[in-house]
Design a protein around this ligand. Structure first.
Ligand SMILES: Nc1ncnc2c1ncn2[C@@H]1O[C@H](COP(=O)(O)OP(=O)(O)OP(=O)(O)O)[C@@H](O)[C@H]1O
Ligand SMILES: O=C(O)C1=C[C@@H](O)[C@@H](O)[C@H](O)C1
Ligand SMILES: [Mg+2]
Length: 241
């Protein structure tokens, strides 16, 4: 789709939205449509507007990449995988990709090369991801350039969990070098990180006492209803050609 075609469609979309608002019944239907699109379910309501909008979303690639951030054990990998199955979209976990690419387990990278080397790998890998759903490592927010990259390329979703629940979830874990510490150090890291996740999140999902499937559906719901796509961002991208 060329730039003019896209801008023209964007203009038409705005007019339709304004029209729907005047009628005061539009927002629900439009949201419904977006949710249907995200779920990639066939939908058989006989509407002209939805099919037109579906094409618009698809052709302008308006669905963002979803980056899951959060502390170790918040469920980024587990929920990310589930989300990609529900949405039938591509998925990648940056930690797994690091291990595959460098042919080394994360604890071994930390032990033999140090945390700085791991952080460099993490940044390099993040810049290569093409999947639509991305589970990141708990420390992805440690580097500004990672955050900027995620902000530019998608939506940042913070999976929130309290310290006690994380502790329960990771009770038997020995694969996370930064969790393999004293209680005081774990807490210190948690407090430091939580501030960063909150600061950078476009959406926050509380995962406490919720199962994986419920969390995945909540993400879809929040993204659909409570996240406003930054159309200006897309317009700029389109204008760049
Ligand atoms: N909502 C949940 N309820 C119960 N258990 C959970 C939940 N989310 C994750 N877990 C469990 O916690 C453990 C860690 O989850 P997961 O590996 O998805 O975390 P993560 O956020 O990817 O951590 P890391 O930052 O280290 O990659 C797993 O055993 C997983 O099954
Ligand atoms: O919180 C962190 O810094 C980390 C979390 C894991 O996902 C891994 O990326 C690694 O163990 C470091
Ligand atoms: Mg993970």
């Amino acid at each position: 789709m060329d730039r003019n075609e896209c801008l023209m469609l964007d203009g038409r979309l705005r007019i339709i939205e304004a029209f729907l608002q005047i009628l005061q019944w539009g927002s629900m239907e439009v949201h419904l449509l977006i949710e249907f699109y995200l779920l990639k379910k066939p939908f058989d309501i006989n509407w002209q507007i939805p099919s037109f909008l579906i094409n618009f979303f698809k052709r302008c690639e308006i669905m963002d990449k979803l980056f899951l951030i959060g502390f170790m054990g918040s469920g980024k990998s587990t929920v990310g995988k589930k989300l990609s199955l529900i949405l039938n979209t591509s998925y990648i976990d940056t930690d797994s990709l690091i291990e595959e690419t460098y042919q080394k387990k994360i604890p071994a990278i930390f032990k033999e090369e140090g945390e700085n080397a791991f952080r460099k790998y993490e940044t390099d890998i993040l810049h290569t991801v093409t999947a639509e759903i991305v589970s990141t490592g708990g420390g992805i927010v440690e580097k500004d350039e990672n955050v900027k990259w995620m902000q530019k390329n998608g939506v940042i979703i913070y999976l929130q969990s309290n310290f006690d629940e994380i502790t329960t979830r990771l009770e038997k874990d020995s694969f996370r070098p930064l969790w393999d510490k004293s209680l005081a150090d774990r807490r210190k890291l948690y407090i430091k990180r939580v501030i960063m996740y909150e600061q950078y999140a476009d959406l926050v999902i509380d995962t406490t006492q919720k199962d994986i499937e419920a969390i995945a559906h909540e993400i879809i719901h929040e993204y659909t209803y409570n996240y406003k796509p930054n159309r200006e961002k897309y317009r700029k991208e389109i204008l760049k050609g």
